[in-house]
Write a protein that binds this ligand. Structure first.
Ligand code: SAM
Length: 234
């Protein structure tokens, strides 16, 4: 898979996407990640990519021309065009389901906004999709682009040491993950549940399944309702 990120701050990506699972996936050739500076596509001497909004108001708006030129240039690279996705608080919420959908694609281009966001014609004529990290406003789309990249890369075949961990973790089956423990058995008066030390795999599985249900019910009634709807339909 290839992931392009169009941003005013490509250097922000070196740290988070240059370590751990994502870095190992890059080294193994599972994913190619290319961060491109939008300013390279500005046409004036000041490398300007934003301008004042028509109709007045605070802040600046990202202009069409550098964004169109950059995306069209990138789409011509890498052999195959990809889905162009704006990072935007107005987009569809990012979830594990969306991460799985994106991980099935050959290529995606994530566009990180800054200032007051994009000229509306970027939405109309350039973007295929718009994704929000949540109902809050960040100062730029870089952190959402990193979050999307990380969540997508770890789903790619070959990215994780053990693919089984994907099946067990939160959201995989529509539930939050069960509680996990490691050594020591007792820490500051808090003990590991006996069942996990029993060696009885069926009992352990049943306990984990029950804990996942309880946890989801208590913490995320919205997920719990979806889970029940889905299991009723199946
Ligand atoms: N004025 C815009 C609005 O009200 O919708 C917000 C602009 S925000 C300050 C600048 C950029 O940060 C956005 O263009 C977007 O790329 C990114 N951004 C901010 N919050 C985000 C979120 N929750 N999800 C995804 N991207 C976000």
């Amino acid at each position: 898979m290839r992931i392009d990120i169009l941003t005013l701050f490509p250097e922000m990506f070196d740290g988070p996407l240059g370590m751990g699972i994502v870095q190992r996936a890059r080294q193994a050739g599972v994913v190619e990640i290319v961060a491109t500076n939008l300013r390279d596509f500005a046409t004036d001497a000041y490398r300007k990519v934003d301008d004042a909004p028509f109709g007045g108001g605070p802040g600046m708006v990202m202009m069409c021309q550098p964004l169109y030129d950059a995306v069209e240039h990138l789409q011509g690279e890498g052999g195959r065009p990809g889905r162009v996705i704006l990072m935007s608080p107005q987009g569809r919420p990012f979830t594990q389901r969306v991460a799985r959908e994106l991980a099935a694609l050959d290529r995606i281009l994530l566009v990180a906004g800054r200032y007051e966001g994009f000229d509306e014609r970027v939405r109309e004529g350039l973007a295929d999709d718009e994704i929000s990290l949540g109902d809050f406003v960040l100062s730029g789309g870089e952190i959402p682009a990193m979050a999307v990249t990380d969540a997508v890369v770890r789903l790619l075949p070959g990215a994780l040491g053990s693919e089984a961990s994907l099946d067990e973790e939160s959201f995989a089956g529509g539930l939050l993950e069960y509680p996990q423990y490691t050594r020591p058995r007792s820490f500051r008066g808090m003990d590991v549940p006996d069942v996990l030390l029993s060696g009885n795999h069926a009992a352990i599985q049943a306990w984990r399944a029950e804990q996942a249900r309880l946890r989801t019910q208590q913490r995320r009634p919205d997920l719990w309702a979806d889970y029940n709807d889905t299991t009723r339909r199946e």
